[in-house]
Design a protein around this ligand. Structure first.
Ligand code: PLZ
Length: 446
């Protein structure tokens, strides 16, 4: 059991239709003011959030099984994080680390060196977003190796900036008509046990390595960038052995192995970082999301020889490692340790996976149940075939929402329902949320 008191009652309570009248009014204002290109998963506007609950502007209490896309692992308003933010903001909100540095940035760098896999000498740079972290990991890898080709994977998601759009696999909505894209990105097949005929990790890695050697030549490759469990692409857990084989090959060929742990990091998968499940020690880890309890902060931490190869002044940005975000990160990491959130994520897996498997037996439209820790998913297909069913997937998420449970979808084929509850969610609330998801699926497959 978790020992945390929450400010908001941890109970689902739907009192209007969803969206309610106030959310509908905000949606109308938004249409006239916010660009149409920005989407929202649900048409419900937030007024308050805490623990596993989001209260909307109409007073509905929704169970949050998305954590703002894997961000609010300690909750959206953890008191220790809130206090650290208030305290730092009252002293100074900004000086710019590139102008007048401050201790918080250095402390976060020390923490990340200790937490990320491997006990080698490490260096860190802080940024504002996951995409910015990935871009900078690639800048470092290219400079340090003197090479330019980058290997990315099918189903990958790395961001929305120009270089990270090029790294991202899915055309719609992330890339469509936004080109031309950055050159020298080469896409390789992922290990996707449910859809690749059950290739072993070793076989799937061999397929990648031989393709790189035949089509690119290892001598051309600066870096290989991979999410240890793919997030937006569908919560794809590669077959065991895939990641270690790629990391070994990279090490033997002077190729920088970049683990994009933006979504998987910070206790989410039951370890501090998902690379650790297979004993993989990346050369550079990219991080964001869960790091700072909801404040925008991102980081790259990696081998000192790689990061220190960059000339002074070569890396940075006005806001990177903002002092308020650093204070939030230090409080978030302390809270994660204090509550032992890696263990909590494993407990969530132990509670949820069997229920999802039982549900799969019952409803017949769940082709695969997968994930680690509190990063779990079901892949929705037409019964008896592996054919993706994105229409039903969307309908299930909408039905769950109408009953007061927020679940996110993902996947190259838009047919994956993913569960990313705040790690501090109470057992009863999680149980209720899963029950609602199951009922929504039953109602739509009856
Ligand atoms: N790398 C592995 O998951 C962000 C994106 C949502 P930013 N994923 C959520 C959307 O539709 O924009 C992500 C990720 C991985 C990089 C990123 C990018 O992180 O902080 O959104 O830039």
């Amino acid at each position: 059991m978790l020992d945390t008191a929450h400010r908001l009652a941890q109970r689902r309570n739907v009192i209007t239709s969803l969206p309610g009248p106030r959310s509908a009014a905000l949606a109308a204002r938004r249409k006239a003011a916010v660009a149409a290109g920005v989407g929202s998963s649900v048409p419900v506007y937030a007024a308050d959030a805490d623990g596993g609950i989001i209260v909307d502007v109409d007073g509905n209490s929704l169970i949050d099984l998305g954590s703002g896309i894997a961000v609010t692992s300690v909750g959206a308003a953890h008191p220790a994080v809130v206090a650290a933010i208030a305290d730092q903001a009252a002293r100074f909100t900004h000086t710019c680390f590139m102008v007048t540095p401050y201790e918080g940035y250095v402390q976060v760098a020390e923490e990340l060196a200790a937490l990320t896999p491997g006990d080698h000498e490490k260096r860190t740079v802080l940024f504002n977003s996951g995409a910015e972290a990935v871009e900078n990991a690639i800048k470092v890898a290219r400079l340090a190796t003197g090479k330019s080709a980058i290997v990315a994977f099918d189903h990958a998601y790395h961001g929305r900036t120009n270089l990270t759009m090029a790294l991202t696999a899915k055309f719609m909505p992330y890339k469509a008509n936004f080109g031309p894209f950055a050159p020298e990105i080469h896409r390789m097949p992922m290990s996707y046990p449910y859809r690749d005929g059950g290739l072993s990790g070793a076989e799937a890695a061999k397929r990648v390595i031989s393709r790189i050697e035949v089509q690119l030549g290892a001598d051309a490759v600066a870096a290989l960038v991979i999410e240890p469990i793919q997030g937006e692409g569908g919560f794809i857990v590669p077959a065991p052995g895939f990641l270690p084989a790629l990391a070994d090959w990279a090490a033997r060929n002077n190729v920088v192995f970049i683990a994009d742990e933006v979504q998987t990091g910070f206790a989410r998968t039951g370890a501090w970082f998902a690379s650790q499940h297979e004993g993989v020690v990346p050369d550079i880890v990219t991080m964001a999301k869960g790091i700072a309890g909801g404040m925008p902060l991102a980081a790259i931490t990696g081998r000192a020889d790689l990061l220190d190869a960059v000339h002074p002044g070569g890396l940075g940005g006005t806001y990177g490692g903002n002092p308020v975000a650093c204070a939030a990160a230090l409080a978030t990491l302390a809270t994660m340790r204090e509550l032992n959130l890696p263990a909590r994520a494993r407990a969530i897996e132990a509670a949820v996976l069997p229920r999802l498997r039982a549900l799969a037996e019952e409803v017949g439209v769940i082709g695969d149940v997968r994930g680690r820790g509190a990063m779990l998913a079901i892949e929705i297909v037409r019964p008896g075939t592996g054919e993706p069913d994105p229409v039903l997937t969307k309908a299930v998420a909408a039905e769950a929402l109408s009953r007061g449970v927020l679940v996110l979808t993902c996947g190259t084929y838009g047919n994956v329902i993913r569960l990313l509850p705040p790690l501090v969610i109470e057992d009863d609330l999680l149980d209720d949320g899963l029950g609602v998801l199951a009922d929504a699926l039953r109602a739509l497959t009856r």
